[in-house]
Design a protein around this ligand. Structure first.
Ligand code: 9D3
Length: 238
């Protein structure tokens, strides 16, 4: 898989893309990530990439030419051109799985108050947002997309992690986990986990996962009705 990232701040990416799992995936040749400085494709000698908005108003607008030229320099027949934008559709794991099957992603990071509408209209295949909060640009969202997608490339994670991915897809939050010691400053590990009864452990974990999901993310339960509460510890004293 290849991922080209078009940005006016390529240095922002060096940390996240040169550590840990992404670093190893790149070293193993499982993904080829290329940073493209949009400024290198500015049509003028000052390297300007923004300009005043037609019709007036505050802020600057990203010019179309550098973004078109940078995209045209890297795009191929099978490329998916994605604009990170607050107006995009919300990124979900289902979308991440779909992107992980694409041979070539071109991620365009917007900046300034906005970008020339012709970029959306004639260059971009789809727009993605990572959530309903305002960031300073598309760089962090692009890193989120890369991180989420790269871990799904076969052989990037081990086999156990692939099963984990499956369990997330089942739509429940994770159950509580514990390691040694069994008594830490008087805070004890639940007895059932020490029992050695694997069936009881599995039942407890399932119940905890459902309770936690109901308390924190009822939206994930997709409207399925559960029996009325009561019994058990409840979720974090709620
Ligand atoms: C003036 C109105 N603003 C829209 C709410 C303009 C604006 C704000 C922030 C334009 C760009 C940005 C920078 N953010 C992104 O480029 C971005 C983003 C985000 O801010 N939140 C969540 N996902 C994303 S993806 C790209």
């Amino acid at each position: 898989m290849r991922i080209d990232i078009l940005t006016i701040f390529p240095q922002m990416f060096t940390g996240p893309l040169t550590e840990s799992i992404i670093k190893r995936a790149r070293e193993k040749g499982l993904v080829d990530i290329v940073l493209v400085n949009i400024r290198d494709y500015s049509p003028d000698r000052h390297g300007s990439v923004d300009d005043y908005p037609y019709g007036g108003g505050a802020g600057m607008v990203m010019r179309p030419e550098p973004v078109f030229l940078a995209t045209e320099a890297v795009r191929r027949e099978n490329s998916r051109v994605i604009l990170l934008s607050p107006q995009g559709s919300l990124l979900r794991q289902e979308k991440v799985r779909e992107l992980a099957t694409c041979p070539h992603l071109v991620l365009i990071c917007g900046h300034y108050e906005g970008l020339d509408e012709r970029i959306r209209e004639y260059l971009v295949d789809e727009e993605i947002s990572i959530g309903d909060y305002i960031l300073t640009g598309g760089e962090l969202p692009a890193m989120v997309v890369v991180d989420a997608v790269v871990r799904l490339i076969p052989e990037v994670l081990g086999a156990s992690a692939s099963l984990e991915e499956e369990s997330f897809s089942h739509g429940l939050l994770e159950y509580p986990q514990y390691t040694r010691p069994r008594d830490f400053r008087g805070m004890k590990v639940p007895e059932v986990l020490l029992s050695g009864n694997h069936q009881e452990v599995a039942r407890w974990r399932r119940e905890q996962a459902v309770r936690r999901t109901l308390a924190r993310r009822p939206d994930l339960l997709g409207g399925q009705q559960l029996p009325a509460g009561g019994g058990g510890e409840g979720e974090e004293g709620a």
